[in-house]
Design a protein around this ligand. Sequence first.
Ligand code: AHM
Ligand code: MG
Length: 343
Amino acid sequence: MHNGTTITQFIIEEQRHISGATGDFTSLLNDIVTACKVISNMVNKGELIGVLGSAGSENVQGETQKKLDILTNEVFIKSNEWAGHLAAMASEEMEEIYPIPAGKPRGKYLLTFDPLDGSSNIDVNVSVGTIFSILRCPGSGEAPAEKAFLQAGTAQVAAGYAIYGPSTMMVLTTGHGVNGFTLDQDIGEFILTHPNMTIPEDTREFAVNASNERFWELPVQRYVQECLSGTEGPRGEDFNMRWIASMVAEVHRILTRGGIFMYPLDSKMKAKGIGGKLRLLYEGNPMSFIIEQAGGMSITGRERIMEIQPENLHQRVPVVLGSKNEVQRVLDYHREHDAMDQE
Ligand code: AHM
Ligand code: MG
Protein backbone atom coordinates (compact mmCIF):
# COMPACT_ATOMS: atom_id res chain seq x y z
CA MET A 1 0.00 0.00 0.00
CA HIS A 2 1.22 3.51 -0.80
CA ASN A 3 1.42 6.14 1.90
CA GLY A 4 2.63 9.00 -0.29
CA THR A 5 0.76 12.14 -1.33
CA THR A 6 -1.61 11.60 -4.26
CA ILE A 7 -1.86 14.29 -6.92
CA THR A 8 -5.47 15.00 -5.86
CA GLN A 9 -4.44 15.47 -2.24
CA PHE A 10 -1.55 17.68 -3.34
CA ILE A 11 -3.77 19.91 -5.49
CA ILE A 12 -6.45 20.24 -2.80
CA GLU A 13 -3.86 21.16 -0.17
CA GLU A 14 -2.25 23.69 -2.53
CA GLN A 15 -5.62 25.29 -3.30
CA ARG A 16 -6.40 25.70 0.42
CA HIS A 17 -3.76 28.44 0.52
CA ILE A 18 -5.61 30.43 -2.15
CA SER A 19 -8.38 32.59 -0.75
CA GLY A 20 -11.56 32.43 -2.77
CA ALA A 21 -10.69 29.12 -4.44
CA THR A 22 -13.97 27.37 -5.15
CA GLY A 23 -12.71 23.89 -5.88
CA ASP A 24 -13.39 24.37 -9.60
CA PHE A 25 -9.73 24.47 -10.47
CA THR A 26 -8.94 21.39 -8.37
CA SER A 27 -11.70 19.53 -10.07
CA LEU A 28 -10.51 20.63 -13.55
CA LEU A 29 -7.01 19.37 -12.81
CA ASN A 30 -8.53 16.09 -11.69
CA ASP A 31 -10.29 15.68 -15.04
CA ILE A 32 -7.01 16.40 -16.84
CA VAL A 33 -5.29 13.79 -14.68
CA THR A 34 -7.98 11.26 -15.60
CA ALA A 35 -7.51 12.00 -19.31
CA CYS A 36 -3.76 11.45 -18.98
CA LYS A 37 -4.32 8.11 -17.24
CA VAL A 38 -6.54 6.98 -20.11
CA ILE A 39 -3.95 8.12 -22.67
CA SER A 40 -1.19 6.41 -20.70
CA ASN A 41 -3.14 3.18 -20.87
CA MET A 42 -3.70 3.51 -24.64
CA VAL A 43 -0.06 4.33 -25.34
CA ASN A 44 1.02 1.45 -23.15
CA LYS A 45 -1.21 -1.11 -24.90
CA GLY A 46 -0.14 0.15 -28.34
CA GLU A 47 -0.60 -2.38 -31.11
CA LEU A 48 -2.46 -4.77 -28.76
CA ILE A 49 -5.46 -2.50 -29.21
CA GLY A 50 -4.60 -1.53 -32.81
CA VAL A 51 -3.90 2.16 -32.19
CA LEU A 52 -0.50 2.53 -33.86
CA GLY A 53 0.09 3.92 -37.35
CA SER A 54 -1.24 6.72 -39.45
CA ALA A 55 -4.85 7.86 -39.52
CA GLY A 56 -4.47 8.91 -43.17
CA SER A 57 -5.44 12.53 -42.43
CA GLU A 58 -3.64 15.83 -41.85
CA ASN A 59 -4.03 18.35 -39.02
CA VAL A 60 -4.26 22.12 -39.42
CA GLN A 61 -0.45 22.32 -39.54
CA GLY A 62 -0.41 20.03 -42.58
CA GLU A 63 1.16 17.22 -40.54
CA THR A 64 0.06 13.62 -41.01
CA GLN A 65 -2.06 12.59 -38.05
CA LYS A 66 -1.44 9.34 -36.26
CA LYS A 67 -4.42 7.30 -35.09
CA LEU A 68 -3.33 8.11 -31.55
CA ASP A 69 -3.26 11.88 -32.25
CA ILE A 70 -6.97 11.71 -33.01
CA LEU A 71 -7.93 9.24 -30.28
CA THR A 72 -6.06 11.11 -27.55
CA ASN A 73 -7.63 14.39 -28.66
CA GLU A 74 -11.05 12.80 -28.23
CA VAL A 75 -10.09 11.50 -24.78
CA PHE A 76 -9.09 15.00 -23.68
CA ILE A 77 -12.32 16.53 -24.94
CA LYS A 78 -14.58 13.87 -23.41
CA SER A 79 -12.82 14.06 -20.04
CA ASN A 80 -12.95 17.84 -19.83
CA GLU A 81 -16.16 19.02 -21.50
CA TRP A 82 -18.78 17.75 -19.04
CA ALA A 83 -17.95 19.14 -15.60
CA GLY A 84 -18.64 22.84 -16.05
CA HIS A 85 -15.13 24.19 -15.37
CA LEU A 86 -14.26 25.16 -18.95
CA ALA A 87 -15.59 27.69 -21.41
CA ALA A 88 -13.62 26.29 -24.37
CA MET A 89 -10.65 24.16 -25.39
CA ALA A 90 -8.05 24.43 -28.15
CA SER A 91 -5.73 21.70 -29.37
CA GLU A 92 -2.95 21.04 -31.84
CA GLU A 93 -5.28 18.56 -33.54
CA MET A 94 -8.22 20.95 -34.07
CA GLU A 95 -8.21 23.88 -36.48
CA GLU A 96 -10.86 25.83 -34.57
CA ILE A 97 -11.45 26.27 -30.85
CA TYR A 98 -13.89 23.88 -29.18
CA PRO A 99 -16.46 25.85 -27.16
CA ILE A 100 -18.26 23.77 -24.53
CA PRO A 101 -21.36 22.60 -26.40
CA ALA A 102 -24.76 24.11 -25.63
CA GLY A 103 -26.55 22.02 -23.05
CA LYS A 104 -23.40 21.49 -20.99
CA PRO A 105 -22.47 23.88 -18.17
CA ARG A 106 -19.85 26.46 -19.11
CA GLY A 107 -17.09 27.48 -16.68
CA LYS A 108 -14.45 30.15 -16.25
CA TYR A 109 -11.31 28.46 -17.59
CA LEU A 110 -9.82 27.79 -21.01
CA LEU A 111 -7.72 24.71 -21.73
CA THR A 112 -5.13 24.34 -24.49
CA PHE A 113 -3.35 21.07 -25.14
CA ASP A 114 -1.23 18.94 -27.38
CA PRO A 115 -2.75 15.54 -26.63
CA LEU A 116 0.23 13.52 -27.89
CA ASP A 117 3.41 15.47 -28.41
CA GLY A 118 6.24 13.76 -30.23
CA SER A 119 3.78 11.40 -31.87
CA SER A 120 6.27 10.59 -34.65
CA ASN A 121 7.90 8.50 -31.90
CA ILE A 122 4.89 6.43 -31.09
CA ASP A 123 5.36 3.67 -33.68
CA VAL A 124 8.98 3.19 -32.60
CA ASN A 125 8.06 2.89 -28.91
CA VAL A 126 9.94 5.98 -27.72
CA SER A 127 8.59 8.31 -24.99
CA VAL A 128 5.78 10.69 -25.89
CA GLY A 129 3.67 13.01 -23.76
CA THR A 130 0.68 15.31 -23.32
CA ILE A 131 1.16 19.05 -22.74
CA PHE A 132 -1.53 21.37 -21.35
CA SER A 133 -2.06 24.96 -20.24
CA ILE A 134 -4.92 26.54 -18.28
CA LEU A 135 -5.99 30.17 -18.76
CA ARG A 136 -8.84 32.21 -17.31
CA CYS A 137 -11.58 32.97 -19.81
CA PRO A 138 -12.00 36.74 -20.19
CA GLY A 139 -15.53 38.15 -20.17
CA SER A 140 -18.45 36.28 -18.73
CA GLY A 141 -21.32 34.26 -20.02
CA GLU A 142 -21.01 34.48 -23.78
CA ALA A 143 -19.42 31.63 -25.81
CA PRO A 144 -15.71 32.46 -26.16
CA ALA A 145 -14.07 33.12 -29.51
CA GLU A 146 -10.47 32.37 -30.58
CA LYS A 147 -9.49 35.82 -29.28
CA ALA A 148 -10.08 34.67 -25.69
CA PHE A 149 -7.12 32.28 -26.05
CA LEU A 150 -4.70 34.95 -27.29
CA GLN A 151 -3.17 35.66 -23.89
CA ALA A 152 0.52 35.91 -23.10
CA GLY A 153 2.06 32.95 -21.28
CA THR A 154 2.48 35.06 -18.16
CA ALA A 155 -1.32 34.85 -17.75
CA GLN A 156 -1.30 31.05 -17.39
CA VAL A 157 -2.96 29.74 -14.24
CA ALA A 158 -1.35 26.33 -14.48
CA ALA A 159 0.58 24.19 -16.92
CA GLY A 160 1.82 20.66 -17.01
CA TYR A 161 2.70 17.62 -18.99
CA ALA A 162 2.33 13.88 -18.71
CA ILE A 163 5.20 11.78 -19.99
CA TYR A 164 4.55 8.23 -21.13
CA GLY A 165 7.96 6.66 -20.69
CA PRO A 166 9.28 3.69 -18.70
CA SER A 167 7.10 5.23 -15.95
CA THR A 168 4.16 7.50 -16.59
CA MET A 169 4.69 10.80 -14.83
CA MET A 170 2.79 14.05 -14.46
CA VAL A 171 4.71 17.29 -13.94
CA LEU A 172 2.73 20.30 -12.84
CA THR A 173 3.04 23.96 -11.96
CA THR A 174 0.41 26.35 -10.63
CA GLY A 175 2.99 29.11 -10.29
CA HIS A 176 4.46 27.88 -7.00
CA GLY A 177 7.32 25.69 -8.18
CA VAL A 178 7.22 22.43 -10.10
CA ASN A 179 6.25 19.04 -8.76
CA GLY A 180 6.44 15.60 -10.35
CA PHE A 181 4.14 12.63 -9.72
CA THR A 182 4.61 9.03 -10.81
CA LEU A 183 1.65 6.86 -11.79
CA ASP A 184 1.39 3.80 -9.58
CA GLN A 185 -0.27 1.46 -12.08
CA ASP A 186 -1.42 -0.93 -9.34
CA ILE A 187 -3.61 1.63 -7.60
CA GLY A 188 -4.20 3.99 -10.54
CA GLU A 189 -2.94 7.09 -8.68
CA PHE A 190 -0.22 9.62 -9.39
CA ILE A 191 1.99 9.85 -6.29
CA LEU A 192 4.26 12.81 -5.48
CA THR A 193 7.76 11.46 -6.15
CA HIS A 194 9.65 14.56 -7.36
CA PRO A 195 8.81 17.52 -5.10
CA ASN A 196 10.23 20.96 -5.98
CA MET A 197 11.97 20.08 -9.23
CA THR A 198 14.75 22.54 -10.04
CA ILE A 199 17.06 22.92 -13.01
CA PRO A 200 20.81 23.28 -12.42
CA GLU A 201 21.98 26.67 -13.72
CA ASP A 202 24.91 25.15 -15.60
CA THR A 203 24.96 22.25 -18.00
CA ARG A 204 27.22 20.53 -20.47
CA GLU A 205 24.41 18.86 -22.43
CA PHE A 206 22.52 20.28 -25.40
CA ALA A 207 19.62 19.02 -27.52
CA VAL A 208 18.97 20.18 -31.05
CA ASN A 209 18.04 18.57 -34.37
CA ALA A 210 21.50 19.03 -35.89
CA SER A 211 20.33 17.98 -39.36
CA ASN A 212 18.98 21.54 -39.68
CA GLU A 213 22.33 23.17 -38.95
CA ARG A 214 22.81 24.71 -42.39
CA PHE A 215 19.46 26.51 -42.07
CA TRP A 216 20.05 28.03 -38.60
CA GLU A 217 20.84 31.65 -37.91
CA LEU A 218 24.46 32.55 -37.13
CA PRO A 219 24.10 32.91 -33.31
CA VAL A 220 22.74 29.35 -33.02
CA GLN A 221 25.40 28.00 -35.39
CA ARG A 222 28.02 29.71 -33.24
CA TYR A 223 26.64 28.32 -29.97
CA VAL A 224 26.44 24.74 -31.21
CA GLN A 225 29.81 24.94 -32.97
CA GLU A 226 31.43 26.06 -29.72
CA CYS A 227 29.84 23.16 -27.84
CA LEU A 228 31.01 20.71 -30.50
CA SER A 229 34.60 21.94 -30.41
CA GLY A 230 34.81 20.88 -26.76
CA THR A 231 38.02 21.27 -24.78
CA GLU A 232 39.83 22.66 -27.83
CA GLY A 233 37.20 25.35 -28.43
CA PRO A 234 36.40 28.65 -26.69
CA ARG A 235 34.27 26.91 -24.02
CA GLY A 236 37.23 24.76 -22.97
CA GLU A 237 34.92 21.86 -22.05
CA ASP A 238 33.40 18.84 -23.72
CA PHE A 239 29.64 18.79 -24.25
CA ASN A 240 27.23 15.91 -24.65
CA MET A 241 24.36 15.89 -27.17
CA ARG A 242 20.85 14.35 -27.07
CA TRP A 243 17.90 14.48 -29.48
CA ILE A 244 14.81 12.44 -28.68
CA ALA A 245 12.48 14.35 -31.06
CA SER A 246 9.94 14.43 -28.24
CA MET A 247 9.85 17.79 -26.50
CA VAL A 248 8.22 16.37 -23.38
CA ALA A 249 11.05 13.88 -22.96
CA GLU A 250 13.70 16.57 -23.54
CA VAL A 251 12.09 18.93 -21.03
CA HIS A 252 11.78 16.10 -18.54
CA ARG A 253 15.47 15.30 -18.88
CA ILE A 254 16.34 18.98 -18.39
CA LEU A 255 14.17 19.15 -15.25
CA THR A 256 15.94 16.08 -13.96
CA ARG A 257 19.59 16.85 -14.66
CA GLY A 258 19.81 20.16 -16.53
CA GLY A 259 20.50 20.84 -20.19
CA ILE A 260 19.49 23.14 -23.01
CA PHE A 261 16.87 22.36 -25.67
CA MET A 262 16.61 24.31 -28.89
CA TYR A 263 14.21 24.31 -31.80
CA PRO A 264 15.48 27.57 -33.29
CA LEU A 265 14.25 29.68 -36.17
CA ASP A 266 15.71 28.60 -39.51
CA SER A 267 15.68 29.69 -43.14
CA LYS A 268 13.38 26.82 -44.17
CA MET A 269 10.73 28.10 -41.76
CA LYS A 270 11.24 31.67 -42.92
CA ALA A 271 10.73 30.56 -46.54
CA LYS A 272 7.45 28.93 -45.49
CA GLY A 273 6.40 32.09 -43.63
CA ILE A 274 6.26 30.39 -40.23
CA GLY A 275 7.96 31.65 -37.09
CA GLY A 276 9.21 28.35 -35.68
CA LYS A 277 8.45 24.64 -35.38
CA LEU A 278 6.74 24.51 -32.00
CA ARG A 279 3.38 26.03 -31.20
CA LEU A 280 3.16 28.91 -28.73
CA LEU A 281 -0.14 28.26 -26.96
CA TYR A 282 0.09 24.55 -26.20
CA GLU A 283 3.83 23.81 -26.42
CA GLY A 284 5.97 26.94 -25.95
CA ASN A 285 3.99 28.64 -23.18
CA PRO A 286 3.25 25.67 -20.90
CA MET A 287 6.81 24.37 -21.17
CA SER A 288 8.20 27.86 -20.55
CA PHE A 289 6.03 28.23 -17.42
CA ILE A 290 7.35 24.91 -16.08
CA ILE A 291 10.96 25.69 -16.97
CA GLU A 292 10.86 29.16 -15.39
CA GLN A 293 9.15 27.85 -12.27
CA ALA A 294 11.97 25.33 -11.93
CA GLY A 295 14.56 28.11 -12.11
CA GLY A 296 15.40 27.80 -15.82
CA MET A 297 14.97 30.22 -18.70
CA SER A 298 12.90 30.00 -21.89
CA ILE A 299 13.29 32.33 -24.87
CA THR A 300 12.86 32.49 -28.63
CA GLY A 301 16.53 33.37 -28.95
CA ARG A 302 15.71 37.07 -28.65
CA GLU A 303 12.81 37.41 -26.20
CA ARG A 304 11.08 35.69 -23.30
CA ILE A 305 8.50 33.30 -24.75
CA MET A 306 5.91 33.96 -22.03
CA GLU A 307 5.84 37.67 -22.90
CA ILE A 308 4.83 37.17 -26.51
CA GLN A 309 1.37 38.49 -27.32
CA PRO A 310 -0.15 35.64 -29.39
CA GLU A 311 -1.69 36.61 -32.71
CA ASN A 312 -3.35 33.34 -33.61
CA LEU A 313 -4.24 30.00 -32.12
CA HIS A 314 -1.65 27.86 -33.89
CA GLN A 315 1.16 30.43 -33.93
CA ARG A 316 4.65 28.94 -33.93
CA VAL A 317 7.72 30.17 -32.09
CA PRO A 318 11.41 29.35 -31.95
CA VAL A 319 12.23 27.74 -28.58
CA VAL A 320 15.46 27.81 -26.56
CA LEU A 321 14.97 26.59 -22.99
CA GLY A 322 16.70 25.01 -20.04
CA SER A 323 19.62 25.74 -17.72
CA LYS A 324 19.80 29.46 -17.09
CA ASN A 325 23.42 30.21 -17.88
CA GLU A 326 23.40 28.40 -21.24
CA VAL A 327 20.10 29.96 -22.37
CA GLN A 328 21.45 33.37 -21.32
CA ARG A 329 24.52 32.69 -23.47
CA VAL A 330 22.33 31.97 -26.51
CA LEU A 331 20.43 35.21 -25.83
CA ASP A 332 23.73 37.12 -25.61
CA TYR A 333 24.91 35.64 -28.92
CA HIS A 334 21.69 36.79 -30.60
CA ARG A 335 22.06 40.28 -29.09
CA GLU A 336 25.70 40.60 -30.17
CA HIS A 337 24.81 39.42 -33.66
CA ASP A 338 21.80 41.73 -34.00
CA ALA A 339 23.83 44.69 -32.68
CA MET A 340 26.54 44.07 -35.32
CA ASP A 341 23.86 43.86 -37.99
CA GLN A 342 22.63 47.34 -36.99
CA GLU A 343 26.09 48.87 -37.38
P1 AHM B 1 4.40 17.25 -32.77
O1 AHM B 1 3.62 18.11 -31.83
O2 AHM B 1 3.77 17.17 -34.11
O3 AHM B 1 4.71 15.90 -32.19
O4 AHM B 1 5.80 18.02 -33.05
C1 AHM B 1 6.55 18.48 -31.97
C2 AHM B 1 7.80 17.66 -31.82
C3 AHM B 1 8.51 17.96 -30.54
O5 AHM B 1 8.10 17.11 -29.51
C4 AHM B 1 9.95 17.70 -30.92
O6 AHM B 1 10.84 18.47 -30.16
C5 AHM B 1 10.01 18.08 -32.37
O7 AHM B 1 8.68 18.01 -32.86
C6 AHM B 1 10.87 17.15 -33.16
O8 AHM B 1 11.06 17.66 -34.43
P2 AHM B 1 12.00 16.94 -35.52
O9 AHM B 1 11.19 15.81 -36.06
O10 AHM B 1 12.27 18.01 -36.52
O11 AHM B 1 13.25 16.47 -34.85
MG1 MG C 1 3.35 18.78 -30.28
